[in-house]
Design a protein around this ligand. Structure first.
Ligand code: GTP
Ligand code: MG
Length: 408
């Protein structure tokens, strides 16, 4: 089908702009996208890192104007863990699937650096969108190390928690100190994008306010005739949403209202892409060759497959050789023990023969003795019977004498 028309204008990139003579219908594409997005809903993940009790849960509750029922953590956990929970939130007709991942036990261990790093880096594969870090009142080595290990994987938005416990002048100094520490440690934090005209001005201004110093609260206090989220003290009230009191509104505007989609895109386009490439390299693949030329994954796969195949064959041959060697060794051992058994058997047989001979001799002696004894007995009996026939009285008398002598 021809796409040219009388109104065609050639362009440099080989693409031509053409005018339409009538309605086609693709002007509804944006509406179709909006409809599809609304039907599918949106996903957003927040990983909230900060020491136990720094105010993470209170801040998240304040940000989304709800109560997420996040249990309070113990301060003496042996390890750092991540606790993830997904919630569905509805505002007007827009559905948001929000996954909140909280660190549990961060900074509570003795060997803090190791524990925190291994935990967060290990679990990062599951988190795709945003990370923000409650930095407390001072940037500790742990905070810096954690941010350094994460900055290529997620978008970091640094936040100063419990900003109501620090004076305004101290706060400014603290903000500048944090920013210079981040720069000197080469930590990349998320910058609100300045390339979109509609938001470039506000985003640039907001980048200058980082790190946001926020106050969170689950309480509402009556100010005039309104109930507002605030923290009440004997000396006054700190309003969470009052821009003179803290940067909470700036954070909410930037994170949720203005840049949520950019954060999602950035995570996917940059961090996820980087993660994907690293994982490929770990598996021995690259989709970019020397001089940054794209490499066909199919070719890389085939080459790797051949490499693995040869390696497999080599290993198989090695194993086979080992097996043959083992069998030979076992055979030799068996043969040796067979010979030992044989000589033992022969020795026993010899002993048995000797014992048998000895026994035969002894038997012969005994048989001779028995024969002699029988002969003697027969002779004695013969003599006795002859004697009793010739002298019976004497014999009787002798018998009687013998019996009597037994009683003396
Ligand atoms: P774990 O989940 O146990 O690690 O704690 P968490 O970081 O979620 O802290 P959580 O929000 O539970 O708050 C801990 C305590 O700090 C609570 O008593 C809060 O009321 C208080 N808190 C939270 N945010 C602020 C704040 O901005 N200022 C002050 N002064 N206190 C706060
Ligand atoms: Mg909590």
């Amino acid at each position: 089908m021809a796409t040219s028309s009388p109104g065609r204008q050639p362009q440099n990139d080989g693409c031509h702009t053409v005018s339409l003579s009538g309605h086609v219908g693709f002007s509804s594409l944006p509406d179709q996208l909006v409809k599809k997005s609304i039907e599918q809903g949106f996903c957003f993940n927040i990983l909230c890192i900060g020491e136990t009790g720094i105010g993470k849960s209170t801040l998240i509750n304040s940000l989304f104007n709800t109560s997420f029922d996040d249990p309070v953590s113990a301060h003496f956990l042996p390890n750092v863990g991540l606790r993830a929970q997904t919630y569905e939130l509805q505002e007007s007709n827009v559905l948001l699937k929000l996954t909140i991942v909280n660190t549990v036990g961060f900074g509570d261990q003795i060997n803090k650096e190791d524990r925190a790093l291994s935990c967060t880096v290990l679990h990062l594969q599951k988190i795709k969108e945003v990370l923000f870090l409650g930095a407390g009142h001072s940037l500790k080595t742990l905070d810096l190390l954690t941010m350094k290990s994460l900055d290529s994987k997620v978008n970091i938005i640094p936040i100063i928690g419990k900003a109501d416990s620090i004076s305004k002048t101290q706060l400014q100094k603290f903000k500048s100190k944090i920013m210079s520490e981040l720069v000197s440690n080469g930590i990349h934090i998320y910058q609100f994008p300045a390339d979109d005209e509609a938001v470039s001005e506000i985003n640039t201004i907001m980048n200058g306010h980082l790190p946001f110093a926020v106050v969170g609260s689950t309480e509402e206090v009556k100010i005039g005739n309104r109930m507002v989220r605030a923290r009440q003290y004997p000396w006054g009230v700190v309003e969470v949403e009052n821009e003179n009191h803290c940067d909470f509104v700036k954070l909410r505007e930037m994170l949720i209202c203005t840049n949520m989609e950019d954060l999602r895109e950035q995570t996917h386009a940059q961090h996820y892409e980087l993660y994907r490439r690293c994982r490929l390299e770990e598996m021995g693949f690259r989709d970019i060759g020397p001089e940054n030329k794209p490499v066909s994954l199919q070719e890389a796969y085939e080459a790797k497959r051949h490499e693995f195949y040869f390696e497999l064959q080599r290993k198989e041959e090695e194993l086979r050789q080992q097996f043959v060697q083992r069998v030979k060794e076992k055979e030799a051992i068996l043969k040796e023990s067979e010979q030992q058994m044989q000589s033992k058997f022969e020795h026993l047989m010899l002993m048995h023969q000797e014992a048998k001979l000895e026994l035969g001799k002894k038997k012969k002696v005994l048989e001779d003795q028995i024969a002699m004894f029988i002969e003697k007995k027969a002779n004695a009996e013969l003599l006795q019977s002859q004697a009793s026939v010739s002298t019976p009285v004497v014999s009787l008398k002798r018998d009687k004498d013998r019996k009597n002598s037994n009683f003396i």
